[in-house]
Design a protein around this ligand. Structure first.
Ligand SMILES: *Cc1c(COP(=O)(O)O)cnc(C)c1O
Length: 236
């Protein structure tokens, strides 16, 4: 059987990750590839599943709910988009990791929903590492305070940090930001905050995931590089 285009793209991205790990002296199994399937039809997700993919990233709670209604196989769903507290019912207990927590208010709402559902939610704190006005994420200078505040929530577990680096044609331009993210995580861990021992770094997208891996990413979020270009309609 001929391998699907999506299947081929997945093997290529995985090869690139492996090579980036080799260059950086890292073990390839330290890096998890997340297929960002937002806006893509269920048939495309199924092609990716046929190629062995189980990690999927979505950014809209309702779209996640709709896809989970159709795909009942036990996948690992990641929430990577900005979140409103009234949508948490579609996310808490239905994802393995929430990447995009950037306020105490949101973390407390996740705590509350987690208690309701009897789960502990694993989260990442999103950092606006380049200080872009248009982007979500907390400023690096405010991170420690947020970590300390979230660390006392019993049903929320901080696993690490996430960033969406600036859009660029030249991935090298983002290397400094990825490096800063790694350093931020090391700095926070060195403070020995109770309940905080972070080891995940979600960074790198289609345009820059190889550089991100060289700089320590443990989770890379690749959409276009796997599924091709997204077509946005009014509903998404
Ligand atoms: C859409 C999206 C991605 C994937 O972007 P590509 O450039 O298509 O790989 C990764 N992370 C987040 C947060 C996104 O919203």
């Amino acid at each position: 059987m001929r391998e699907s285009t999506i299947g081929q793209a997945i093997s290529e991205v995985k090869d690139n990750i492996r090579r980036a790990c080799e260059r950086a002296g890292r073990n390839a199994d330290e890096v998890t590839l997340i297929a960002v399937s937002k806006t893509m039809p269920v048939s495309d997700l199924r092609e990716a599943m046929a190629a062995g993919m189980i990690e999927f990233g979505e950014n809209r709670p309702q779209e996640l709910r709709d896809k989970q209604a159709e795909i009942t196989e036990p996948l690992h769903w990641h929430m990577i988009g900005s979140l409103q507290t009234n949508k948490l019912k579609y996310v808490v207990g239905k994802t393995v990791l929430i990447h995009s927590v950037d306020s105490l208010h949101l973390a407390e709402a996740i705590e509350e929903e987690s208690v309701k559902r009897g789960v502990v939610s694993e989260i990442l704190l999103e950092v606006n590492i380049a200080g872009e006005v248009s982007k979500g994420g907390i400023a690096p200078a405010e991170l420690e305070e947020l970590v300390r505040a979230v660390s006392v929530l019993p049903h929320v577990r901080v696993r690490g940090l996430m960033t969406v680096a600036p859009y660029t044609e030249n991935a090298e331009e983002n290397r400094e930001y990825f490096r800063k993210m790694k350093q931020l995580m090391v700095d926070i861990n060195s403070k020995n905050i109770d309940n905080i021992d972070m080891d995940e770094l979600s960074m790198g997208m289609t345009g820059d995931y190889e550089v991100a891996v060289e700089e320590g990413a443990t989770l890379v979020r690749v959409g276009t590089g796997i599924f091709g270009h997204r077509v946005y309609t009014k509903s998404n």
